[in-house]
Each structure stands twice: as C-alpha cells, then as structure tokens.
Design a protein around this ligand. Sequence first.
Ligand code: SF4
Length: 121
Amino acid sequence: MNSTIICIVCPVSCPVDVEWTREGGVSGIKNHLCRLALDYVESELFDPRRLLTTSMPVDGGDWPLVSVKTDPPIPKHMMLEAMDEIIGKRVKAPIKVGDVLMKDLLSTGSNVIATRNVKIA
Ligand code: SF4
C-alpha cells in the first residue's frame, strides 16, 4: 500500500510518502527531511498513540480545576474509554506540576499527571 502521512514530530510537518503492508511493515519512505519520520510513521500505522489532555476537579485548592495529561501517550483507540475513567475523579490540593494523579490508566502503563500547580486555598 502507499500512504501519505504528515509527520508531526516537529513543526516542519513533512508529508511522508510511505510504502507498507500490514504483514511486512514499512518497506520504504520518501519526502521526509530526517530519520525521525520512520519511527513516527511506523507508530502511526501500527500502534497510533495520542496524548490525552483534560482537567480534573480539585478539592480545597486555589483553583477549582487542575490541567492534566497522559504520560506517555495512550493508544488512540482508548481515548474515549480513558476520558470515561478520568471523568468524575476528584483530587486534593496541594498539587505540583508532574504529580501523578492516576497511575497506570486502564493498564496502559500511562499515568495521568498534573500540568499546573494548585495550592491549598
Ligand atoms: S521528518 Fe523530521 S523534519 Fe520532517 S516533520 Fe518529521 S521530524 Fe520534522
């Protein structure tokens, strides 16, 4: 098969032409500026992952919500299930950037971590 996949590893956004099969993997790529494209297109074709960003309600904080993200990215097909898992969970202040608020989300090996500080109110 032939596909064109936009590499989003950096802002250049190369439109990478890929020759591949499900059984044999990637047999050739063209139109890319650097070697990072190969890992990216292989992941995008065979195990696409995305960073999930959302927020969680905070009890006792100087902000009502804390922004969070999954670290590392989770399988793309699990995004809705992951949101269902996070919705309804509350966390307690104080929270620091990088704190793990949920461990091993849906057994993906990915944690939900805080991306801002929230002090005690
Ligand atoms: S192939 Fe390299 S230069 Fe092009 S978008 Fe990907 S990382 Fe950037």
